[in-house]
Design a protein around this ligand. Structure first.
Ligand SMILES: *Cc1c(COP(=O)(O)O)cnc(C)c1O
Length: 375
């Protein structure tokens, strides 16, 4: 079928069957197909990845006075739902092998902080975190693990899908993610109680009786049947997307392999990245200037996520680590990684980045000579 063919098919099907209103066949099938794809027993389709994290915390009964440990280097949506429940986020640093949660810092937090009730571990930019170490620690302290796999759908760790290694996993289908429903998310688990509870809370906590009966406060968090139709079509192109994302990463790497100052994002041993975005760090140079230089050539690049422990909204929160995430933030760069990019597009970006790096090094040299003269 043509580009967007399956998406249109399922959406039209929903119209034809007059199933535009909440839920319906597409939602049921999307959940089933998604659960099969990641090899989990239960999948619950919801309105966003953020809603999925919120419901995961609800399923684990997180509330006032509880502490939730969370990766610091991430998008704010990983941590915000902790605050929705009146719990306290405590942030854990990154480590160099994966850019993700540092098991050493996690161990320190687990033995220092009292009342830790959950851990949210993020697989940033599609790089799997060190789940063996993280799961072993969390099992030892009997703390459940939520995997934020919003950016890592299709990435694997020792052959297992990211998002299916902890107790609950979440994914996002926001417009910028590897597949999209224009907005949406998914929660997966092998635990039937969690799955039931999440479905119930996501549908306004409606009791299974004819009239509207409610014993608890609920949420309007379900994915619509139309969006689920788009999701079913998108799921069919996921593997193709990953192939394209990986092609883009390796093309950039090949074109810029001679530049020693570039350190590429890791693809750890026994892991398979979906390479949602191609990211790198440039050692010893100001990436803000590189971003400006690329923008002047109409190329949009971005810094790495700013760590949560540096965000004004979370400034009062505890942090465990050695500031490696801060280093990634100041030296990091995300390159254009759209799956529609041709090799010629990638070459143009790579050439511009090369020029920007050479200019920055040249300026550094002049500045250091100037300061030599000044002495
Ligand atoms: C996108 C994203 C989310 C939130 O997903 P939404 O569907 O936008 O609510 C959560 N965590 C990470 C790491 C993300 O990148």
């Amino acid at each position: 079928m043509s580009e967007a063919g399956w998406e249109q098919h399922y959406v039209q099907d929903a119209f034809a069957k007059n199933w535009i209103a909440p839920l319906g066949e597409n939602v049921d099938q999307f959940e089933k197909e998604f659960a099969d794809r990641v090899d989990q027993k239960y999948a619950v389709a919801v309105s966003s990845g953020t809603a999925a994290i919120h419901l995961a915390l609800k399923a684990l009964k997180i509330g006032q006075g509880d502490i939730v440990l969370c990766s610091s280097l991430t998008f704010a949506a990983s941590a915000n739902p902790i605050c929705y429940e009146g719990a306290t986020p405590v942030f854990i640093d990154s480590e160099p092998d994966t850019w993700n949660m540092d098991p050493v810092a996690l161990a320190k937090a687990l033995c220092t902080e009292k009342n830790v009730k959950a851990v949210i571990v993020v697989h940033l930019y599609g790089i799997p975190a060190k789940m063996n170490e993280i799961m072993a620690l969390c099992r030892q302290y009997q703390v459940p693990v939520i995997e934020d796999a919003a950016e890592s759908l299709g990435s694997t760790y020792h052959g297992r899908q990211t998002g299916t290694i902890g107790d609950i996993g979440i994914y996002s289908f926001n417009g910028n993610k590897i597949i999209t429903t224009s907005g949406g998310g998914m929660l997966v688990t092998d635990n039937s109680e969690y799955a039931e509870r999440v479905k119930y809370l996501a549908t306004q906590a409606r009791e299974p009786v004819l009239h509207y009966e409610h014993r608890e406060v609920g949420y309007n968090y379900r994915l619509s049947n139309i969006c689920a139709g788009i999701g079913r079509g998108q799921l069919k192109v996921l593997n193709e997307r990953i192939t394209q994302k990986r092609r883009i990463f390796y093309k950039y790497q090949q074109l810029l392999s001679d530049l020693e100052e570039i350190h590429w994002m890791p693809e750890p041993k026994n892991s398979f990245n979906n390479f949602w975005l191609t990211c790198l760090t440039v050692v010893g140079l100001d990436t803000r200037q590189l971003i400006a230089d690329l923008a002047a050539e109409n190329i949009e690049s971005r810094p790495i996520w700013k760590p949560m422990h540096q965000q004004p909204v979370f400034a009062q929160r505890q942090f465990y680590g050695n500031q490696y995430s801060d280093q990634l933030f100041t030296t990091g760069l995300c390159l254009p990684s759209d799956t529609k990019m041709t090799n010629a597009d990638i070459k143009r970006v790579a050439a511009s980045l090369r020029k920007a790096i050479q200019r920055a090094k040249h300026n550094d040299l002049i500045n250091s000579e100037r300061s030599d003269h000044a002495v």
